[in-house]
Design a protein. Structure first.
Length: 223
């Protein structure tokens, strides 16, 4: 995480560079990206506990690398709206008193996100940007993990969740035809609720700090 913080600090310094961004109102930019999704997943609160969680129980979601696509429309010369498309899949395992326990299996997430971005930099040079906007995480086809099944869970559900995303990155032009190399970092802030059921009875409900880092690199084409 220290490396990620240093990278964002470097971007902040780059944002101080004066100059006029080359993108113009009406431009569209498409990005093809490799993306690392690194969530937190810690328990923030236990709402229902009918199984008797051991003291010190904690959770962590695993990381995943996925392909993503970003589409960006410039509403003004330096201002754009961007949305991303992709699906990421994660397991949630126990920590602390339940270290190694499989609690959630194969939770697929569609991170619907729209950010408003402001671009800096000189014409033809490196184009740093910052952005922020709402997100809505849609959870699909999640299942109880192996340990949860052994304890009697027959179904697991994560609720779809609204949140917010902060963003920073840069586009580095490769030629004057609109091709660029792009680097992007997003930090999401979300508080989903997880529920486990034994038959029709809800036996456990926990609220989590998901808060993933979403780090991407790839190519961009503006037209």
């Amino acid at each position: 995480m220290k490396k990620q913080t240093l990278s964002l600090a470097a971007l902040a310094v780059a944002l101080a560079l004066p100059g006029q961004a080359f993108a113009k109102a009406g431009d569209v930019q498409v990005k093809l990206l490799g993306t690392l999704v690194a969530p937190d997943g810690k328990i923030k609160d236990v709402k229902i506990d009918r199984i008797g969680l051991p003291a010190g129980t904690q959770t962590k979601a695993d990381d995943n690398m996925v392909p993503t696509i970003a589409v960006e429309y410039f509403v003004a010369d330096n201002i754009s709206l961007e949305t991303i498309a992709g699906v990421t899949q994660h397991d949630v395992d126990g920590r602390g008193a339940l270290a190694g326990a499989g609690l959630v299996s194969d939770a697929k997430i569609v991170p619907a996100t729209l950010t408003l971005k402001y671009h800096f930099g000189k014409d033809g040079g490196v184009q740093p940007y910052v952005g922020a906007g709402p997100s809505y995480f849609i959870f699909i086809d999640e299942k109880p993990g192996a340990t949860a099944v052994a304890l009697g869970a027959t179904r697991q559900k994560m609720n779809d969740t609204f949140g917010v995303a902060l963003q920073a990155g840069m586009d580095v032009p490769v030629n004057d035809k609109g091709l660029a190399v792009t680097f992007d970092a997003k930090r999401y802030f979300l508080r989903p609720t997880a529920r486990w059921f034994a038959g029709t009875t809800e036996v456990l409900r926990t609220k989590h700090r998901l808060d993933p880092w979403v780090l991407s690199a790839g190519v961009a084409f503006r037209f």
